[in-house]
Every structure is written in C-alpha cells, then in structure tokens.
Design a protein around this ligand. Sequence first.
Ligand code: HEC
Length: 121
Amino acid sequence: MRSAIPGTGAWCAGLALAATVALPAAAQDQATYARNLSSACFTCHGTDGRSVGGVPPALAGRDKGELLEMMKGFKAGTRPATLMHQQSKGYTDQQLEAIAGYFAGTTKGPAAPAPAARVNY
Ligand code: HEC
C-alpha cells in the first residue's frame, strides 16, 4: 500500500524493521533483569541456586510455580522461616515471579568449587 504522505513509506518500513530487531534485545534485558534480582539470593543459596550441600535448600531447576508460592508465603508471613521473611518482603510480586522464573531456568547440580587460593601474588 502506498503511503498517503510522500516519503513516509521507507520510514515506516524502517520502523517496522526496528521493532522486529528490538524484540530479542528486550527479551535479553528481561533475562538480565531477572538474573540481577536473583543474584541477591546467591550468597546463601549458591550461584544460580546451587547451594553447597543443599543448605539452605537449592533453588536451581525447581518448578517456577512452587518457588513463587514459597516466596509469596514467606512475604505474607504464612510460611515459617528464620530469615526468609526479611529476604522476600523487599520484592514486588512481579519481581518474585521474575526471580522464580530465573531459578526454574537454571540447571540443578553441585555448587561450583571455590576458586583455588592464589599463592603467587
Ligand atoms: C541470608 C541467607 C539467605 C538469602 C540471602 C536468601 N535465602 Fe532463601 N533461605 C535461606 C534459609 C536459611 C532458608 C530456610 C528457611 C528459613 O529459615 O528462613 C531459605 C529458604 C528458601 C526457600 C524455601 C526452600 C524450600 O525448599 O523450602 C526459598 C524458595 C528461598 N529461600 C528463596 C530465596 C530467594 C528467591 C532469595 C533471594 C530473593 C533468597 N531465598 C535469599 C537463606 C537465605
């Protein structure tokens, strides 16, 4: 279809192309956002949710819905905890969903060994 305004056809085609190219970048931003949020949990639950010896419980590769329900339970105070009440209260439900999705997408496995101590510095 010809554009009613001369010269806008190419501009519109360019815009449509930009929109399709921008989608993967937006998905990448969302993945980075979810990982950044989840990194606050790595200290205790291990990098990518693979905790050392399973204490506290590993989060890697678990069901997203189950993780989200547990986090909402901690946030509401209905699920017993020592410190997860505090850890969960700072997040919106949308952020908790992003975090649950991130850990569900990671692979179960043993925690990575700590890097060897450097002796030659
Ligand atoms: C300071 C250490 C610490 C941090 C940080 C932490 N957790 Fe926890 N987490 C625990 C402990 C300890 C438990 C056991 C419940 C309790 O005593 O609070 C637990 C339990 C859980 C459980 C329940 C697991 C199960 O199978 O019962 C989930 C889910 C969870 N944490 C998710 C998270 C998420 C998501 C984050 C980051 C937003 C996070 N935790 C940050 C220490 C931590």
